[in-house]
Design a protein around this ligand. Structure first.
Ligand code: BTN
Length: 269
C-alpha cells in the first residue's frame, strides 16, 4: 500500500482491519490531531482492547521524561490499551513485536536497497537500526490497565539537527509505505508477541539485542554507574563490568543514561 490513505478513510479502513482479527477484536479509535495518544487514552478512559491512533500527534511523551517529536503526517503514533501486567514482560513483548513488524516491512518493501539494516532492540524497548532509533515505546500502567504507546518513524526524509544522528525512518531505508500499512503490521505482530511465553520473548529479544559488549552509563538507585554490558536477561536485569568488578543491575530499578552508549556514537555513519 504505497498510496497514502486520506484521513477521511482511516476510520473505515481501521474498522475493516480490526475485523480481520479473531475475537476479541480490537476497537480502533482514530483521532485527527492530539497532544499525546497516551493522554487521549486516559481522557477517554479507554479499556483493554482499545487502540488510539492519531493522524497527527503534536506533543508526544517519551520514556524518562523525554519528548517525542511532532509526528506531522510522517510518523505513527498509537496507544494500545492492555490489561495491567508485569512491566518487564510488557516492555519486552512490545519491543519484540514492534521490531518484528519493522523487520517484516523492510524485508518486503526495501527492495534490497539497505541490505545491512539490522533491526535491533536497545534494552528495554528502543527499536534501532544502525544505532539510530526507528521506534520508541512508552509503557504507562494505570490501576488495572497498561497503555502501550508506540511511535514509529515512517515517512520522514530528514531530521532537525538534534535528531539527525539519532533517528532514522523507513523512508530513509528505501521503504515507501503508508502509515496505515505499518500499523496493520504492528497489530499483527503485537497480537502474537503479547501471547508468547516469557522464554520465547527472551529468545526473540536476545536475537535482536544491541547492548551486550557496549559501554554506557546506568542510573541505579540514584547513582550513575559506568560499565560494559556482559549479559542481559531482559526480564530480570543486566550483568555489567565496572572498574570495581562485575555487578548485577535489576531491570526494575535501572535505566540507561540517555545518549551514554559509547560505541553507538562511533558507528552512526
Ligand atoms: C521513547 O522512546 O522514549 C518512547 C517514545 C514513545 C512515543 C509514543 S508515540 C505514541 C505514544 N504517545 C505518546 O505520547 N508517546 C507514545
Amino acid at each position: 500500500m504505497n498510496q497514502a490513505v486520506p484521513f477521511e478513510r482511516w476510520a473505515s479502513e481501521f474498522t475493516a482491519l480490526a475485523s480481520k482479527f479473531p475475537p476479541p477484536q480490537p476497537r480502533i479509535i482514530v483521532v485527527k490531531e492530539v497532544d499525546s495518544t497516551q493522554d487521549e487514552a486516559r481522557r477517554r478512559n479507554a479499556s483493554p482492547g482499545d487502540i488510539i491512533i492519531a493522524w497527527r500527534q503534536t506533543n508526544g511523551r517519551g520514556r524518562l521524561g523525554r519528548t517525542w517529536a511532532d509526528t506531522g503526517e510522517d510518523g505513527v503514533a498509537m496507544t494500545m490499551v492492555l490489561p495491567r501486567d508485569r512491566p518487564e514482560r510488557l516492555a519486552i513483548a512490545s519491543a519484540v513485536g514492534v521490531a518484528a513488524a519493522i523487520d517484516a516491512i523492510l524485508k518486503t518493501h526495501a527492495n534490497g536497497t539497505h541490505p545491512g539494516a539490522r533491526v535491533g532492540i536497545k534494552w528495554p524497548n528502543d527499536v534501532v537500526i544502525n544505532g539510530r532509533k526507528i521506534a520508541g515505546i512508552l509503557i504507562e500502567q494505570l490501576d488495572d490497565r497498561a497503555l502501550i504507546g508506540i511511535g514509529i518513524n515512517v515517512n520522514h526524509q530528514s531530521w532537525p539537527p538534534e535528531l539527525s544522528d539519532r533517528a532514522i525512518s523507513l523512508a530513509q531505508l528505501g521503504v515507501a509505505i503508508d502509515r496505515l500499512a505499518v500499523m496493520d503490521m504492528i497489530l499483527q505482530t503485537m497480537i502474537c508477541t503479547l501471547r508468547d511465553y516469557d522464554d520465547q520473548l527472551v529468545r526473540a529479544f536476545m536475537e535482536r539485542d544491541v547492548l551486550v559488549g557496549e559501554t554506557m552509563q546506568f542510573l541505579h538507585n540514584g547513582s550513575t554507574i559506568e560499565g560494559t554490558v556482559l549479559r542481559i536477561d531482559p526480564m530480570l536485569g543486566l550483568a555489567v563490568r565496572t572498574s570495581a568488578g562485575e555487578i548485577w543491575l535489576p531491570a526494575a530499578t535501572t535505566s540507561i543514561v540517555p545518549d551514554s552508549v559509547k560505541s553507538f556514537a562511533r558507528s552512526l555513519h
